[in-house]
Design a protein around this ligand. Structure first.
Ligand code: ADP
Ligand code: 5GP
Length: 193
């Protein structure tokens, strides 16, 4: 039980296509909700972007380090998210530490990972973030300027596939106006904790 809120610590799963604004949205939600929310720090084999720090945004691992953790059963779930050998995974130790501290642990993960977590944590709250349309999603991904042409193509193809799974989530938010999306996000969490 969380001493400050008397609420049972739970998982909050946030999915949605790459570039839809999950990270931007969550940054605002974490600082504005007033709730004990804590991001789970996933592990990945992709390269860090210039603004990303190891242990804060992700645990950046080599393929060998990732496979070792996978073989040792250290992940709750892990998937090769965009094909092409790039792995992402949720670490058991990180999630358990967050829950033990009495937090609502936020997992920003893909649809396949979300389905796996739902099986293991049936009381998790699940939110899917949608773009207003695919054109805008493309503009946001391009505007972020972090992906090569090839990676962009992969991310967009995966995005279109992922959009078909929105209805598997309990709640859906369209990230059009950021302030409104933040407001809606916080309202959903407060109504469901
Ligand atoms: P994700 O974490 O889902 O991959 P990001 O949070 O990195 O997406 O956002 C992708 C890009 O879209 C960023 O450049 C961000 O500033 C921009 N963005 C996010 N939300 C909005 C919004 N509501 N309106 C316009 N641009 C947005
Ligand atoms: P990015 O490379 O832009 O940081 O993330 C790409 C995608 O990987 C996002 O859609 C994100 O939700 C997903 N992702 C990040 N961490 C994990 C994880 O631990 N597990 C799974 N299954 N997906 C993840």
């Amino acid at each position: 039980m969380n001493k400050k809120t008397d609420l049972k610590p739970r998982l909050l799963i946030v999915s949605g296509p790459s570039g839809v604004g999950k990270g931007t949205l969550l940054k605002r939600v974490l600082s504005e909700s007033g709730l004990p929310l804590k991001m789970s720090v996933s592990a990945t084999t992709r390269n860090a972007r210039p603004n990303e720090k190891n242990g804060i945004h992700y645990h950046f691992l080599t393929q060998e380090q990732f496979q070792e953790k996978k073989n040792a059963g250290e992940f709750i779930e892990c998937f090769e998210v965009f094909g092409r050998g790039v792995w992402y995974g949720t670490l058991k130790a990180d999630v358990n530490a967050g829950l033990d501290e009495g937090n609502f642990v936020v997992l920003e993960i893909d649809v396949k990972g979300a389905n796996e977590i739902k099986k293991q944590f049936p009381d998790a709250i699940t939110i899917f973030v949608k773009p207003p349309n695919v054109e805008i999603l493309k503009e946001r991904l391009q505007g972020r300027g972090t992906e090569s042409d090839e990676a962009m193509k992969n991310r967009l193809n995966t995005a279109i596939e992922e959009l078909n799974h929105a209805e598997e989530f309990q709640h859906c938010i369209i990230n059009d106006n950021l302030d409104k999306a933040v407001e809606q996000f916080i309202k959903i969490i407060k109504e469901n904790l």
